[in-house]
Design a protein around this ligand. Structure first.
Ligand code: G6P
Length: 362
């Protein structure tokens, strides 16, 4: 078993470190499939519904931003277990995007099957070739991660993000929202991602030190805005899953409507604050946290003295050419932070209690 972990202590850590490779493989896999018939179908589509569970749902929340921006088709995202039991109107101009690492999650599969019966088209994004969902869909795009053993999804999440971004760009090209030159410009930024992720992995020791400072707390808050708001949700989910510390992810601007009441000198607040178009908005939210004595852990590429003075800890991420790429970079430190907190607490990170890798019950 030690050999299977390639020298790493846990599958989760091995899988976190595999991401430069799985991102590279997923990009190549995507480009070997540019004739996927979904790009013809996308010309007929009027609305998109993304359905998924768990971490795959968070990938869907990020994907919605890219689809709106590049494909310009109104899109909603829902938990498969919710979507299934409501009367959402679909027709033959509806594209359901079902995201699932395993392709076996019952709620996701049956949501897709039901929507197809009502004449919607289904595109699935799956990691396991030949899985049930892939066979039950009109179109499939694969992520190329190989098997993921750790119950908490890591490398499959970043692969789902890359796939959703590339899908949005290609579909945008097909619908005439993007020129070939613009598409290639994005591609040239995207191929730097494996290198950028490697840069974040070099922060591992620094992140472990921060984990030693805060592993004994009872609650954590994760904040982000825009594309990085779902990353805050994902950070909180990872921490709950593997360390059993209560955590909440919130869109930073919504904090004043509730979670701000929880902030005191004992609450670590992980703030995802890349130098993007929402940077100044995040800074004012961080000021609100600091004014209530919260412990600020910033994940940022900014060197601004203002952010440094507000932050108790900074986890550095590299700057990206194009702000659409930030979520793929900013989730990596959260994977490492939650991994270290859980291992310091002595938890079984690969096999957390009560959780299953694949949930085939409804
Ligand atoms: C389980 C796993 C999660 C995963 C979710 C959805 O809860 O523990 O890691 O995100 O199922 O799985 P899927 O295979 O559909 O992506």
């Amino acid at each position: 078993a030690a050999a299977e972990k390639g020298g790493f202590k846990h599958f989760m850590l091995k899988e976190i470190y595999e991401q430069p490779k799985t991102i590279t493989d997923t990009i190549s896999g995507f480009f070997s499939d540019l004739n996927n018939p979904v790009y013809n179908e996308i010309k007929n589509i009027q609305n998109i519904v993304i359905i998924a569970c768990g971490t795959s749902y968070h990938a869907g929340l990020v994907g919605k931003f890219w689809i709106e921006k590049f494909v310009k088709i109104p899109t909603i995202v829902d938990y498969a277990s919710e979507f299934r039991y409501r009367d959402f109107p679909v027709n033959e101009k509806t594209l359901i995007i079902a995201i699932s690492q395993s392709g076996e999650t019952a709620d996701t599969r049956f949501s897709a099957i039901d929507a197809r019966k009502k004449s919607a088209k289904v595109l699935s994004i799956v990691n396991v070739v030949g899985s049930s969902l892939s066979r039950e869909s009109d179109f499939v795009i694969y992520t190329y991660c190989g098997p993921e053993i750790g119950v908490a999804a890591t490398k499959t999440f970043t692969a789902q993000l890359i796939t959703l971004l590339l899908f949005s760009l290609k579909a945008g090209l097909e619908r005439g929202n993007l020129t070939q030159e613009e598409f290639e410009k994005y591609y040239n930024d995207i191929i730097h991602l494996p290198h950028l992720v490697n840069e974040v992995l070099k922060q591992d020791k620094a992140i472990e030190e921060i984990s030693y400072k805060y592993h004994n707390v009872k609650d954590f808050l994760f904040l982000g805005r825009g594309l990085n708001y779902p990353i805050a949700l994902e950070g909180a989910l990872k921490l709950k899953e593997i360390s059993y510390i209560h955590a909440e992810g919130y869109p930073a601007g919504e904090m004043k409507h509730g979670p701000i009441a929880l902030i005191d000198e004992n609450l670590p607040v992980v703030c995802i604050v890349p130098k993007d178009s929402l940077y100044e908005k995040m800074i004012s939210n961080i000021q609100e946290v600091k004014a209530r004595k919260g412990i600020v852990i910033s994940v940022s590429d900014s060197q601004d003295s203002h952010l440094l003075s507000l932050s108790d800890n900074i986890i550095k991420i590299p700057s990206v050419e194009n702000e659409n790429l930030y979520p793929i970079v900013s989730v990596i430190p959260l994977q490492l932070l939650t991994y270290h907190i859980a291992t310091i607490l002595g938890k079984d990170v690969d096999q957390p209690r009560n959780l299953a890798k694949t949930v085939t019950v409804e």
